[in-house]
Each structure stands twice: as C-alpha cells, then as structure tokens.
Design a protein around this ligand. Structure first.
Ligand SMILES: Nc1ncnc2c1ncn2[C@@H]1O[C@H](COP(=O)(O)OP(=O)(O)O)[C@@H](O)[C@H]1O
Ligand SMILES: [Mg+2]
Length: 283
C-alpha cells in the first residue's frame, strides 16, 4: 500500500520519534522501516515484544533487519521477503531495524531503489520509511522516488526553516516526476498554530513538476511524550500531546497518500493545495 518517506534536512529534528509516533497510531497495518544511512536508533530505544505467553520486553535483535534483508536481496528483492526481517515492538508496532553504523551504508547504495519498490509493493501494509538526514545527492533518492509522498520533518526555528526551503528546492529537482514533498513541523504546543502557519508561509511553493509543496500539519513538541515513547505504551502516553497530534497527522497522511495513489492510477481529481491539518485547533 502507501510508502511514505520521512526525512530531515539538517540536525536531528525528530524524524525517528515522528516515525514511531505515527506508526503507533497509524489507522491501518503499518511497518516503520529504519533506512537512515547514519545508522538506526530503534535497537537502543525500544523494547521488543516478548515471545508469546511471556511478559516484559526484550531487546530487538540488531542483526535482523535491513542488514539481513540486504544479505538475501543481492539477486533481487520481492515484497514478500521483507516480513521475514521485521520485528515487533512492545505495543505491537512492526519495525525493520536499520543498520548499526554509517560504514555499513557505503556498500548498500544499490539497495535503496529495490527496497523502495518492495515497500511500495507490499499488499496490505503501509510503510513509514525513516530516511534520516538528507545530504546532497543522497542515494536514498532512489527509495524516495518510489514513495507516494516525501515528508520533511523540521522544527519551527528560522534557521531550520531557511535551510529546509533550500533543501525542498534541491529535492524537488532530484525527485522530478516522482512523489510530491510535504513538510511536517514539530512545534511548541503553546504557539502551535502560529508556528505551523508561519512555516507554511515560508515554504509553500510549487516544485519543478508543478506539485504544490507546503506544510501538511504539525506534531507537538512534547519532551515527556517523546520520552514515554521509548518506554511502555500506556495511558499517559496515549493522552500525551505528541500522540494526540500524531493521530491527526496520521489520518491526514493516509488520506493524502490514498488520493495520490488514486491520481497516479488515473482515478480521482488533482490534489488540492495543502492546508494545515490542525484548523480545528483540537490540541
Ligand atoms: N515531538 C517531540 N517532542 C519533544 N522532543 C522530541 C520530539 N521528537 C524528537 N524529540 C527529541 O529530539 C531528539 C532527537 O530525536 P530523534 O527522533 O532521534 O531525531 P532524528 O531522528 O531526526 O535524529 C531526541 O532527544 C528526542 O527525544
Ligand atoms: Mg533518527
């Protein structure tokens, strides 16, 4: 089903946290795949679901994931191979654990295109691919071209947004003819709507293929919620601002990805210009 690539331009705005928060509340079956070339973090952050019949959480196996998949995929990669390399977190979210060091990524540049096609070809599962930080000419472009939508995660600071605007321009060129780009703002809940609107004002443009590029919504900057995400899923986390805002973003993203798929298949109207999702101010 849908493949959504999440990435950042600079720094560590919160791509991995966003991917996990969205995955945790995604309205249909989903896989969070760690494709960050700098190495994955999930193994260190999140507990694996215990074997059936046991309680507690164990450690994710760092050798089962992207590395083991790459080792078997040299001669071609079929979508149905992906599931064998996934693991389940406490709480039930399925993940594909990333590489453990940036050095490993050097021999894997061939993988990203086939991996993107395999993700996009998964029948009943959406994929949220954490693509980490994008540099110029990143080989992850090959994966992103297969996505339905590329989502760039940013904080609302002026310097991050200014850099992001440059990255959007370069990425639009790199993805020409590929998926549209949208921006997700991690914003302070105290001035949430104003921050999201301000970033939208700076970013909104049309890319080289005439796609509208703009802000698709905001996720709450919520340190307590972000910390809780690395522990057990519980009532407090469920009510956190981070998770509540993630629900809204997840609903908007699935709807948009479906619409884009429909358009590409020749059905449905052209996508309307992006509007911030949180018009209702429900946070
Ligand atoms: N929505 C959020 N609210 C508060 N803190 C966050 C949020 N998202 C990320 N963080 C914090 O920012 C830091 C970087 O997050 P991470 O998700 O690893 O970023 P990236 O994947 O972009 O490197 C972590 O300390 C994390 O707890
Ligand atoms: Mg990360």
């Amino acid at each position: 089903m849908a493949l959504i690539a999440l990435a950042a331009d600079k720094g560590a705005p919160g791509v991995t946290t966003t991917a996990v928060a969205l995955g945790a509340v995604w309205p249909r079956p989903v896989l969070v795949a760690e494709c960050d070339q700098a190495g994955g973090d999930l193994v260190y952050r999140l507990p694996a679901a215990p074997p059936e019949g046991q309680s507690g959480g164990g450690m994710l196996n760092p050798s089962r994931g992207l590395l083991s998949l790459a080792a078997t995929a040299r001669r071609g990669l079929r979508p149905e191979q992906v599931a064998e390399h996934c693991q389940r977190l406490v709480g039930g979210l399925d993940v594909l654990v990333g590489i453990t060091s940036a050095e490993q990524a050097q021999g894997m540049t061939w993988l990203w295109g086939p991996l993107g096609r395999a993700f996009a070809g998964l029948g009943q599962v959406d994929v949220l691919a954490d693509c980490g930080r994008l540099g110029a000419g990143t080989p992850l472009l090959d994966l992103m071209r297969e996505a339905d939508l590329v989502v760039l995660v940013t904080r609302a600071t002026l310097e991050q947004v200014a850099h992001l605007r440059e990255r959007v321009a370069a990425l639009s060129e790199g993805l020409r003819g590929g998926p549209p780009i949208a921006v997700l703002v991690l914003a302070d809940p105290r001035d949430f709507r104003a921050s999201v609107a301000e970033v939208d004002r700076i970013i909104t443009r049309r890319d080289g293929a005439g796609h509208p590029v703009g802000v698709l919504g905001g996720l709450a900057l919520d340190p307590k919620g972000a910390d809780l995400l690395s522990g057990q899923w519980g009532g407090r986390l469920d009510r956190s601002l981070l998770v509540r805002s993630a629900r809204e973003v997840a609903a908007g993203l699935t709807a948009r990805a479906d619409r884009l798929r429909g358009e590409r298949a020749g059905a449905g109207p052209a996508e309307p210009p992006p509007v911030p999702l949180l018009e209702e101010g429900r946070l």
